[in-house]
Design a protein around this ligand. Structure first.
Ligand SMILES: NC(=O)c1ccc[n+]([C@@H]2O[C@H](COP(=O)([O-])OP(=O)(O)OC[C@H]3O[C@@H](n4cnc5c(N)ncnc54)[C@H](O)[C@@H]3O)[C@@H](O)[C@H]2O)c1
Length: 502
């Protein structure tokens, strides 16, 4: 992996946000100005006053270059550290740069509190800062990844930095990193004797590249839910043995949710549990199945009846792998993205409202935001004791519709129907308004997803399956119902007939 580099005008909070970010990601934090001061035995002000700005910039260049040998860290740079082309080229090839931006009043407010520490801005602060921002405007604008920090706390900004960077460290169930980015840039973590588990469809497009990147062996299984069973898991255990996997080996799951669930389960049980890494290749697997540590397989009696909690050691979400995904699968994955927007991210929901063409050209941003929602929920409630049930939005009706359709409907299509039906129910019981229902229905439709239970699908059958699907003796079923975009409420419903509209 690579350094995370925070850059931007003075006063944007690079050090404060950087420390919090480093803490969340369990990475070391380096403040380049402090490194320069330690090396020189002088404060930045002293260096500039005594030796001039060029001498300071030289020290900055050499301090920056020593960082290539450090372990991955969060690094806060001075506000002009990347003005030199050689510094910028070095930073870009050794890390991901996030530019922090703020409006002038925010900067002035912050900097007044630490007057005296900014040697290049002595005198009339407003005048100096305005001139400096004007002079560097083109320079700062040229950094593609930006975060506007105005009006937010340092904690909020540190979290938004994680979302923008697509970097998270999960700790509630096992400890693992989630990284959004090109898999070819993410191969510098140690994996001994690794084996890739994939299916025949994914293998056609991506196996050769991933095998070469990780120098791994591979096992290919048939694609599809109908193969998510004990026979395939057993085949995986056999392949692990044949390839000499031991307790230190790693299983790499390269595929959709079916592959992740089975490879994760096989890894969780092989030699009492070995490491696995998830490289999801469907949108659903990126934003949902690869996160949360649930693994398993189906029995003839029902889906996911056998399983374990065994989180991967790392999740790598490379949205470019989605370019080969059939359109219907991509749309299906979008249902979960919309769901995450409704649960807690109105901005993500607004992104979905742009429709499928927009989504396709902004896939990485969509993936980053949608993953972040699921991560927040599972970190707060890893073992589904409370709020994790919010993720069930659309799923109570959706699962039943999926089953009654005999899997003619893709999972996401069924969830889309479920979300729309549950939103309409929420409006009928006065929990939400018609505006929310309309927004949900029109967004799902813009993504080409269905919003009504198919004509002729027997309602009594759906209700029967909903009852069986949940705890048999439960008097009521818990629904996650939308209240507004960004907020759901958990509600127990006894009268299931009333939930399904006709
Ligand atoms: N563990 C969890 O928390 C969790 C959460 C949600 C869903 N799931 C499980 O996930 C499964 C559904 O996952 P899914 O929707 O990813 O289905 P999937 O794994 O069956 O993949 C869908 C289809 O797309 C193909 N495919 C995958 N990636 C491709 C690519 N990049 N290019 C071309 N083809 C590709 C697959 O071969 C398959 O035919 C279900 O079994 C469900 O139970 C698990």
């Amino acid at each position: 992996m690579t350094h995370i580099i925070l850059y931007g005008p003075p006063g944007t909070g690079k050090s404060t946000i950087g420390k919090l970010l480093a803490q969340s990601l369990r990475l070391p934090f380096i403040d380049l100005d402090r490194v320069i001061e330690t090396n020189a035995g002088l404060s930045i002000s002293q260096i500039i006053n005594e030796q001039g700005e060029t001498a300071f910039r030289d020290l900055e260049t050499s301090a920056l270059k020593t960082l290539s040998v450090e372990n991955d860290s969060v690094i806060a740079l001075g506000g002009g550290a990347l003005l030199r082309d050689e510094n910028r080229a070095f930073a870009e090839s050794n890390g991901r740069i996030l530019l922090l931006m703020a409006e002038l009043p925010t900067l002035l407010d912050r900097m007044k509190k630490e007057s005296g520490k900014r040697p290049l801005l002595t005198g009339d602060l407003r005048e100096k800062l305005t001139a400096l921002l004007e002079k560097r405007s083109e320079h700062y604008t040229s950094f593609p990844l930006k975060l506007h920090v105005d009006g937010k706390t340092a904690e909020q900004n540190a979290y938004l930095a994680q979302v923008a960077l697509g970097r998270h460290h999960l700790a509630a169930m096992g400890e693992y990193d989630v990284v959004v980015g090109q898999v070819s840039n993410l191969t510098n973590f140690l994996m001994q004797n690794a084996i890739i588990v994939t299916d025949e469809n994914v293998a056609k497009f991506h196996l050769e590249k991933i095998t070469n990147l990780f120098n791994a062996k591979s096992v290919i299984v048939p694609a599809g839910e109908e193969h998510k069973n004990l026979a395939t898991v057993s085949r995986l255990w056999g392949a692990f043995l044949e390839n000499g996997l031991d307790r230190k080996s790693t299983v790499i799951a390269l595929g959709g949710g079916v592959i992740g669930d089975m490879a994760g389960f096989a890894a969780s049980t092989y030699m009492r549990g070995i490491d696995w890494v998830a490289i999801p290749t469907t949108l659903l697997a990126m934003v949902d199945a690869s996160l949360g540590g649930k693994t398993g397989f189906d029995l003839p009696q029902g889906k996911n009846l056998i399983g374990s909690f065994h989180p991967p050691k790392l999740v790598i979400a490379d949205s470019s792998l989605l370019h080969t995904l059939p359109e219907r699968e991509l749309r299906s994955g979008m249902a979960e993205v919309v769901k995450h927007g409704i649960i807690s991210d109105p901005d993500l929901f607004a992104m979905c409202q742009h429709g499928m063409d927009w989504v396709k050209t902004n896939l990485e941003d969509v993936v980053k935001r949608a993953m972040a929602v699921k991560i927040q929920v599972i970190e707060a409630d890893p073992y589904e004791k409370g709020f994790r049930a919010a993720l069930n939005l659309g799923h109570t009706i959706g699962h039943a519709v999926e089953l009654v359709s005999k899997f003619e409907l893709r999972h996401g299509e069924a969830i889309s129907i479920g979300m729309a039906a549950e939103a309409r129910y929420s409006a009928r019981v006065g929990l939400t308004g018609s505006g929310v229902v309309e927004a949900i229905e029109s967004t799902l439709s813009a993504l080409g997803l269905p919003i009504h239970i198919p004509e002729g699908m027997p309602r009594e059958e759906i209700i029967r399956v909903m009852r069986v699907d949940k705890k048999k003796n439960a008097k009521a079923i818990r629904f996650a119902l939308p209240v507004e975009i960004g907020r759901v409420e958990l509600v127990d419903v006894a009268d299931l007939e009333s939930v399904i509209d006709h």
